[in-house]
Write a protein that binds this ligand. Structure first.
Ligand SMILES: CC(C)(COP(=O)(O)OP(=O)(O)OC[C@H]1O[C@@H](n2cnc3c(N)ncnc32)[C@H](O)[C@@H]1OP(=O)(O)O)[C@@H](O)C(=O)NCCC(=O)NCCS
Length: 416
């Protein structure tokens, strides 16, 4: 089915269309070429269970697929524990022979229309490069840092508990236990994502191609937490933590004690959120070195009233927000707020009412900034300094910041 009726193509020969089953081999090739690695067919099949041909778009030039993207049906935990259906955009690629002709812009225009039609209140992505997605209304909502600990010198403060309870287990034998613990963790963590069984299978298949030059997966299991890790290098050996999920403080401490107790290993490295407690546990916090950091989940709020009413807040607030969208979604009778607008936000006792209004705005902010504030991972003040969030009332900006903060640090459940 030719769908050039959806949007005008940047050059006349290009046709934008939903994918068909027959396109997926070409999509695997284009994705593999763009990202420099061909994924295992079983892995692509696992991710496909979260999408559909209607949620996947291709751009064809004659018989060739030269552009592609899809959205996954994800379930995202927001502050307070509500879980919102979320479009997780992924596998975005344009052939190097066709770049910078507007194909990405064309695909996002149509993708947003489909996401709005499906009444999904949030769209999210992880970005290959930081300069691409702000223009489409996405802002970084969680960030992560790589910390590396020289465990040979690490000592816990005498006051830190020693809860015990950690066992060494074979990962493939404990999938259901991991899934149950992960579920508890993600439901209490803004940015947590429900992980369907196909993705558990994919993770625990532990294929050679996913190991990044490291060993097979090892696991530590506590009744309320687990760690999946690999060993990297021979001399010295480093533990690279693949996944750390702890639903209780005891589990977190017990698992760190097990990791730092690995006598023959020199270092332990883990991608974690910026507020990780590890430095506070150790007598020498400087051993916890930040060796890399980056943004992680990016969000665009598609249904502003629904999204703002779903999360909880830390402070009462009355404010009129004007959300300015530089990339309007051509909705076909879609939901309110997909394109920004002006909203009265009233917060009482942690819950919000958010309604469209004609009243004058107290705070004006860019659409991507709202995405960054949403999970509590970024504060409003920095955006005010950049003039991306504007108000005559600086005290109101501080109150907005305090209201949107959350006690639980935001962390993306898994990359997609
Ligand atoms: C990134 C990629 C999808 C861009 O596709 P494209 O069709 O060349 O992009 P477009 O021509 O539609 O560009 C749309 C806008 O984004 C900008 N843009 C595109 N790629 C960009 C980049 N890498 N960095 C900054 N801006 C970029 C363009 O300048 C253009 O800006 P404007 O319309 O506001 O003037 C393509 O280069 C690609 O496949 N890269 C490799 C894979 C990848 O990184 N995928 C994204 C995964 S998150």
């Amino acid at each position: 089915m030719a769908l050039s009726r959806f949007v005008s193509a940047p050059t006349t020969d290009l046709i934008l269309a939903p994918s068909t089953d027959a396109d997926w081999a070409a999509m695997a090739l284009l994705g593999g070429t763009a990202f420099g690695e061909i994924g295992h067919p079983d892995s692509l099949a696992a991710w496909r269970t979260l999408t559909s041909n209607d949620a996947a778009l291709v751009v064809r030039d004659g018989d060739d697929v030269v552009g592609q993207c899809f959205y996954l049906n994800l379930s995202l935990t927001v502050p307070g524990g509500a879980v919102l259906p979320t479009a997780g955009i992924s596998f975005v690629a344009v052939a190097p022979t066709h770049r910078r002709r507007g194909i990405l812009r064309m695909m996002y225009t149509e993708l947003h229309r489909r996401i709005a039609d499906a009444a999904l209140p949030i769209a999210g992505l992880t970005a290959s490069e930081g300069g691409i997605y702000g223009r489409f209304g996405y802002g970084p909502a969680t960030s992560k840092q790589l910390i590396t600990v020289d465990r040979r010198f690490a000592q816990f403060h005498a006051s830190v508990a020693d809860p015990g309870g950690v066992r060494l287990v074979k990962p493939a034998d404990h999938r259901d236990v991991f899934a149950e613990i992960y579920d508890r963790w993600r439901l209490q963590t803004p940015g947590g994502l429900q992980r369907p069984s196909a993705l558990w299978d994919d993770l625990l298949a532990d294929r050679e191609s996913t190991r990044d030059g490291c060993s097979e997966l090892f696991a530590f299991l506590h009744p309320d937490g687990y760690v999946l890790y690999r060993v990297h290098g021979n001399d010295p050996m480093t533990i690279r933590v693949w996944e750390f999920a702890a639903a209780t403080t005891d589990a977190r401490v017990a698992l760190w004690r097990a990791l730092l107790g690995m006598d023959l290993m020199e270092k332990v490295s883990i991608w974690t959120h910026p507020d990780d407690v590890l430095p506070q546990l150790l007598t020498n916090p400087r051993l916890v070195r930040v060796t890399n950091s980056t943004d992680d989940l990016w969000l665009r709020i598609m249904d502003i009233p629904a999204a703002l009413e779903a999360r909880s807040y830390q402070e009462d607030l009355d404010v009129v927000l004007e959300v300015v969208d530089g990339f309007r979604t051509p909705t076909r009778g879609g939901q309110a707020g997909a394109d920004g607008g002006r909203f009265a936000l009233q917060i009482r006792d942690g819950r919000a009412r958010c309604t469209p209004t004609d009243a004058l705005a107290d705070i004006t902010l860019d659409h991507d900034v709202l995405g960054s504030l949403y999970l509590g991972g970024y504060r409003a003040e920095g955006f005010a300094t950049a003039n991306r969030l504007r108000s005559n009332d600086s005290a109101l900006i501080r109150r907005l910041s305090a209201a949107f903060a959350d006690a639980v640090p935001a962390q993306l459940g898994y990359g997609f």
